[in-house]
Ligand binder design. Structure first.
Ligand SMILES: [Mg+2]
Length: 260
């Protein structure tokens, strides 16, 4: 079915980096936020300033995860322990919540300034699924998922949305746990074995594997095909357009009729 095994009947898409070109915006916002924090820490402790790596650190610790989990995972990688704080901490407060809030403010500002572009190949793929009457869902850790879908003009293509707000409301652990993807499959009435997960993040393909999904499509936007396979992808593509079957040679045109 559209480049996947025939028994796949439902299609579950990550948002940032799969449907929309927003993974790079998130990486830039995390870098801005963590570098501000790390520079202040270096000044405070007299230690060296080692900046956030927008590729290696982003992929390993924050991409695909709920925001607070990402903040904790990166700080942990640097051996930094901060108080949790509360969701009323002003952005930039020296707490997990304060840093996370600064990142969210930054990403929202960047999205406002730059707009949101969907990936053309992903939009074509989802349109074909819809034309075949196949069910689709978006499964994103983002709390801004609906706004981003709307800004990209693709909100109407999905039957179910499981985003960061739904996960918080329903107490679902975020990626790499499989729970948000499993909730989407359940909402579509399809067993995981008959559903496909589309993910660009290492944490995301890991949740596809952990959920026992019938196909886990790793979408490799940054040259990490081997890592995507290692962590759970059963197929790796650079763009969803690669899954759209070749229409084949055009039927030969009818010779023009010459009026008698
Ligand atoms: Mg993603």
């Amino acid at each position: 079915m559209l480049g996947l095994p025939d028994d796949i009947r439902a299609f579950l898409f990550d948002l940032d980096g799969v449907l929309t070109q927003t993974a790079t915006v998130h990486a830039a916002a995390w870098k801005d936020t963590f570098d501000n924090f790390l520079r202040a820490e270096a000044a405070r402790t007299g230690g060296p300033f080692t900046p956030f790596d927008a590729v290696a650190d982003y992929d390993a610790y924050v991409d695909g995860r709920p925001r607070l989990d990402g903040t904790r995972a990166f700080l942990d990688s640097r051996g930094i322990e901060l108080p949790e704080g509360t969701d009323t901490d002003p952005p930039g407060t020296r707490t997990v919540q304060g840093i996370s809030r600064a990142k969210n403010d930054t990403v929202l500002r960047m999205i406002r300034e730059q707009g949101v572009a969907p990936y053309r190949g992903s939009v074509d793929y989802v349109r074909r699924l819809r034309a075949l009457g196949l069910p689709t869902a978006v499964v994103s850790s983002s709390a801004n998922c609906r706004d981003v879908l709307r800004a990209a003009g693709i909100e109407g293509y999905f039957d179910v949305i499981v985003d960061g707000l739904v996960a918080t409301r329903d107490g679902l652990p975020g990626k790499p746990a499989p729970d948000t993807y499993l909730a989407a499959a359940r909402a579509l009435g399809v067993e995981p074995a008959h559903a496909a997960v589309f993910e660009d993040a290492l944490a995301g393909v890991a949740s596809g594997r952990a959920g026992g999904f019938g196909a886990v499509v790793g979408v490799d936007r940054v040259g990490q095909a081997a890592e995507l396979r290692r962590d759970g992808a059963t197929v790796v593509v650079q763009d969803l357009a690669e899954l759209i079957p070749d229409p084949g040679p055009q039927a030969p045109g009818k010779p023009e009729e010459t009026p008698a």
